[in-house]
Structure formats: C-alpha cells, structure tokens
Design a protein around this ligand. Structure first.
Ligand code: ADP
Ligand code: MG
Length: 393
C-alpha cells in the first residue's frame, strides 16, 4: 500500500523526534456536514461525511512513562508524564501549549475512568492535510487519529463511538471548547461514498450510502474565508434562543417538537424565537427527509432539501452572510443540484453538490460573481466522502 504524503511526513517527523521506525501509523479524516445545522445541541439529527483529507499519527510505545507529541505544524515537542495527565487536565491545561491539548487531552480522556496499572508511554508524531480552522474539523481529525493509535497501542479494545467520546471529552474539557460530538463520530464512523446519520440524543449512528460516485456527483466546498467577529456571540445567542423556545414549549429539547407543533409555537413565542425554533424543527425534518430521499431516489433528488436548509438558515436562523447566499445562488444557476452554507455560520463555507463535468464551470461562476460583488476571492476545492479512522500500517 502506498502511503499518502502526510503519512510519510508523520513517519519522517517520528524519525526526527523519537528516532527510527514507528510501530504503526493511524489516521482520521476531517468532515463536511451535508445537512443538519444547529440541530446537534437541540438533541436532533445530523448527516456529516468524512472527507479525503486526513491527519496521521505515527506512534510507538516507549519504555518511558510519558506521552510525547510532535506536529509538523509546530516547532516544539511536548511531553507529559502519564501519571500527571490528570494533574494537567482539565484545571491546569495552561501547562501545555494549546495545540498539544488536543492529542494529550485524548490520552487523558482515555485513561480518565481507569484504575489499575498505567499503560506504557507513547511517542507520537502528527502530520495532516486537513486545513486547520477552515471548518473541516482538523480538531476531530487529530483527536480521532490519536484515539485510534492509543486504543491499539494500549490494547483498550474500545468501540468507535467510545473513541469518538474520548475525542469530544478532550475537546470539551482538556481544550475547553464547548462543541458537540458530530465531528468525532463522522471521523470515526465515516465510509467511502457514505454519510453518517447521527441521532445526537441517543448517539445511535447509521451509515447511509450517498451514491455520489455512481451518479458522477462531487461536493464542491466554497470557502469564503470570511470569519466574523461575532461568530462566537451569535452561536451562544442562538443556543440560548433554542433553550428559551424549548422551555416555553414545555419540552426537554427542540428535538421533541414536530412540524405539527409549529402553529402552537407561533402562538406562544415571540417572532424571533419562533423563527429560531422553526429552523431547528424543519431542519431535523430535512435531515430525515434527506436520508429517506437518498434511499428511495438517490442523491440527484436531494437538491431541494439542501436549498431549503440554506433558506432556513438565511431567513429563520439568520446566520448566513451575503457571500454565502451569493455562493449558493450562483452555484445553482451554474448547474449545481443543490447548495447550502455549512457549519456554524457568520462566515465559513458553502457546499454545492455538482455533476462532476460542471465543477469547473460552477467554480468559475462563483469566483467571477464574488469578484463582481467586491467580495474577496473564495477558495474552492472538492471533497470525496471517505473512510473514517483506521490503522494505515
Ligand atoms: P477546525 O476543527 O475547524 O479545523 P478548530 O479551531 O476546532 O478548527 O481546531 C483547530 C486547532 O486544532 C488548531 O488550532 C490546533 O490547535 C489543533 N490542530 C489541528 N490539527 C493539528 C495538527 N495537525 N497539528 C497540531 N495541532 C493541530
Ligand atoms: Mg474543530
């Protein structure tokens, strides 16, 4: 098997920092969310897929009782003694540089509830071709690559959802970022030409065939490279509005409301809260409909659901920006089957489902339209639904 460039980079870094050949190389992908936005923290449904960009961890057990990690993106190698992991995390995380909290936090999370003997030390070297901070979840990719490596090297025998949970625990507690578990589940469970249908309440996950390959479809990511200052504030505000709406409607989470409940919601809620609630209720419905449509009619039939999702985020949830609206509109006019903004909003990327032979035309049309509107040039690239975390050698 030929190794990807980033895998070779991880081995090279391993040789330079730990010396010699690693015992193995493990990897995990980034992800794109096909549909289901702001539904995760409402106990709802999401449909992400793992992509063909991966983070690799070359690793070996060492005789020393410490975890040591290096990354091609960072100059320094960081180490923590295994018996001191729970002194560092979560309260004294400042003791290690921020990037190292992701991999070392996973080691901490995997050992959090264990008693008995401590496992052997491990040396890790990380390299990746997932762009960092571009909304493709490089954070879940590094967490899941390390989780897969440590699970094997420490012979923990955990299942994939348990490994996803360790990644989330690391991100929430060791890094301190209050994110859901979608990214890690996609990175652990993804499969070639398939998406992961996740119930964020039960964590039941099901692999759903996409059929993009057979239909000659590609997913084009149109990254606006806009990052809005109020993304964090806006996110928090939307979460609060959803909790408020659920409380007034007398349910645990908006997941518990159906389309039939919307007239009652309209009567009880103020206009803004109602529209926030309507987005979540209809978006959950659209995820279910997308899964159903993929199974009954194939991917060529999901375009309208993607577009309806975008309209709902633009008009009801109000998290889109002119660049994203423009990208969606132009992509469809140039031949995309459907398109929507993806991710938390207030910037970031849109995705378009495009017949392979039209990808260049759609890319050019969006790029030209951005220039005509005075927006800065978008970064466009295709992603392919791919396998989740694995051992590469
Ligand atoms: P995203 O997940 O959208 O790419 P995040 O802010 O959630 O963005 O996570 C990015 C952070 O994860 C980086 O700033 C860095 O701290 C860490 N990280 C991700 N990939 C790597 C890597 N290959 N090497 C070192 N740190 C990484
Ligand atoms: Mg992230």
């Amino acid at each position: 098997m030929t190794l990807a460039r980033a895998a070779r980079d991880a081995r090279g870094l391993f040789a330079a920092t730990a010396g010699g050949e690693p015992e193995g190389v493990w990897s995990a992908p980034g992800r794109v969310n096909l549909i289901g936005e702001h539904t995760d923290y409402n106990d709802g449904f999401v449909l992400p897929f793992a992509i063909d960009r991966r983070t690799y961890a070359a690793a070996t057990r060492s005789g020393q009782r410490r975890i040591r990690v290096a990354s091609t993106l960072e100059a320094e190698t960081v180490e923590v003694r295994i018996d001191e992991l729970d002194l560092v995390f979560p309260d004294r995380r400042e003791a290690v540089p921020e990037w190292a909290r992701y991999p070392l936090g996973v080691a901490w999370a995997l050992l959090a509830d264990r008693d008995g003997d401590l496992p052997p030390g491990v040396d890790l070297a990380i390299a990746s071709d997932v762009p960092v901070g571009a909304g493709l979840s490089s954070s879940a990719a590094i967490e899941c690559a390390v989780a897969a490596a440590l699970d094997d090297l420490w012979e923990l025998g955990l299942d994939r959802v348990a490994l996803a949970r360790s990644g989330r625990l690391a991100e929430n507690e060791a890094v301190g970022a209050p994110t859901g578990i979608m990214d890690q589940v996609a990175a652990m469970l993804g499969r070639t030409d398939a998406a992961v249908f996740l119930d964020c309440r039960s964590l039941d996950a099901e692999v759903v065939d996409l059929g993009f390959r057979d239909e000659g479809l590609e997913v084009l990511v149109i990254d606006t490279e806009v990052s809005h200052a109020h993304a964090t504030g806006g996110y928090r505000e939307r979460r609060t509005a959803c909790e408020h709406g659920a409380a007034i409607m007398g349910v645990t989470a908006l997941r518990d409301l159906a389309m039939d409940d919307l007239p009652r919601a309209a009567a009880l809620l103020d206009d803004v809260t109602f529209r926030r609630v309507r987005h979540v209720v209809t978006e959950n419905r659209r995820v279910l409909d997308t899964v159903e449509t993929l199974r009954s009619h194939g991917p060529g039939a999901i375009g309208d659901l993607l577009l309806a999702s975008h309209a709902s985020m633009r008009d009801d949830f109000e998290i889109s920006i002119p660049e994203l609206d423009n990208a969606v509109e132009i992509a469809v006019a140039a031949g995309a089957i459907g398109a929507r903004m993806t991710g938390g909003g207030f910037g970031g990327a849109a995705i378009a489902l495009v017949p392979h032979e039209l990808t260049e035309r759609v890319t050019d049309a969006v790029t030209d339209a951005f220039a005509a509107s005075g927006f800065s040039a978008p970064r466009c690239f295709t992603v392919v639904p791919s396998d989740g975390a694995r051992r590469d050698r």
